[in-house]
Design a binder for this molecule. Structure first.
Ligand code: SAM
Ligand code: SF4
Length: 362
């Protein structure tokens, strides 16, 4: 007979078998898991939820991840780059509204001009906000020098999901070529840490062919690599991508959603003091998805501040939410929802990863 969830949750350390069991919990058992994760969250990181205003800076991308709607090979995507003035305007909105931080995310690009453009933007945002706005970047794999330049310009957190932690499985979801190299992606995480960033990573949940064993290995990967912040959410199909051909192999969206909630809850129990984001993909399946993630362990939320005219074009997957809401509307509805989920908003605070602070001290 398999162990009772209650017994597993009393253990200090979870074995691989225990984690699989937790991810496999049924409707009644998962409530126990969620309650425990909520307790751990409150004890280690408190009730506060921190805002990171998200600017989807550009959907231009040099890569061809097989699942992503803005991959280079999708000729139907209408490409854009937000202007520097518009980014600054979004940053000013975030600052005026005491968001604490912003995230600049985009497809992966390189080149001298691009690197300099981002460096300048980071500096300008810092200047405009008198150093008060925290900046997270999510701009893919770059050289150590680029990471360092952006860090010195003022960015202090970086998100780079490993996507799937098993090197063998990686090439089921990425072309097997020089621009999609597992070791390079892994190395990028080391470089980010070396340069001094708070390092964020994560995975997609519910990919075709993925098992609970694989997801357990993903959680152990995040723990073994001592990641400071995690963003992980359900994989959602996009019809203009090669992975769409496997849509019949997917578990139903609601199951992907609950599996993602369980992943968040188990991760909170395993890595008690890290930052965990309530991801947009959760909201794409359930309108209250992000708030439900907050209830079971997440403590970061990324309200979308991308100028509305670009939103329809940053379409990573189908049914992406909030593509037509402006920042004001987004803010008002979010605030109420976070309170409903028992959270408090950490206005004007960076809300850095406590785990990072601890790792720097030791
Ligand atoms: N280009 C950068 C990178 O890949 O690290 C940052 C932007 S990329 C669009 C951000 C994240 O979107 C990826 O890390 C991936 O996990 C997620 N994503 C892409 N396609 C997705 C899909 N179909 N369903 C769910 N998440 C997806
Ligand atoms: Fe480009 Fe990132 Fe999408 Fe991959 S996931 S195709 S790197 S935007």
């Amino acid at each position: 007979m398999s162990k009772a969830i209650e017994n597993i949750l009393q253990q200090e350390v979870l074995s691989k078998k225990d984690i699989v069991r937790l991810l496999n919990s049924d409707e009644t058992e998962r409530k126990v898991l969620f309650a425990r994760a909520a307790e751990v969250k409150e004890a280690y990181v408190g009730k506060k939820v921190y805002y990171r205003g998200l600017v989807e800076f550009s959907n231009l991308c040099g890569k061809n991840c097989l699942y992503c709607g803005i991959r280079a090979g999708n000729k139907k995507a209408h490409r854009y780059e937000v202007t520097a003035d518009e980014v600054l305007e979004a940053a000013r909105y975030a600052w005026d509204n005491k968001f604490g931080s912003i995230v600049i995310q985009a497809g992966e690009r390189s080149g001298k001009d691009y690197v300099t453009r981002i460096e300048r933007l980071v500096k300008e945002i810092k200047q405009m906000s008198r150093g008060e706005l925290g900046i997270t970047l999510s701009l893919g794999e770059q050289t150590e020098e680029t990471y360092r330049r952006w860090f010195e310009a003022g960015a202090h957190r970086y998100l780079l999901r490993i996507e799937v932690s098993n090197p063998g499985m990686y090439y089921r979801y990425h072309p097997k070529d020089k621009t999609h190299d597992y070791q390079e992606r892994l190395n990028a995480l080391y470089l980010l840490r070396k340069v001094g960033y708070q390092v964020g990573s994560g995975v997609m949940i519910g990919l075709p062919f993925q098992t609970l064993d694989d997801l357990t290995d993903d959680l152990l990967f995040l723990q073994d690599h001592d990641i400071d912040m995690v963003g992980m959410g359900p994989y959602i199909e996009h019809e203009d991508t090669p992975m769409y051909q496997y849509r019949d192999q997917l578990i139903p969206k609601m199951e992907r959603f609950y599996l993602s909630l369980k992943m968040v809850a188990v991760l909170r129990i395993m890595m008690k003091d890290i930052n965990i984001a309530a991801t947009t993909a959760m909201q794409a399946i359930d309108p209250m998805g992000r708030e439900k993630s907050i209830k079971v362990g997440a403590n970061i939320i990324m309200p979308n501040l991308t100028p509305t005219r670009y939103r329809e074009d940053y379409l990573l997957y189908e049914d992406k939410p909030c593509t037509d809401e402006d920042a004001e509307e987004c803010k008002r509805c979010l605030e109420a929802r976070i309170h409903m989920a028992g959270g408090e908003i950490g206005y004007g605070e960076w809300g850095d990863s406590k785990h990072f602070a601890r790792r720097k001290k030791s």
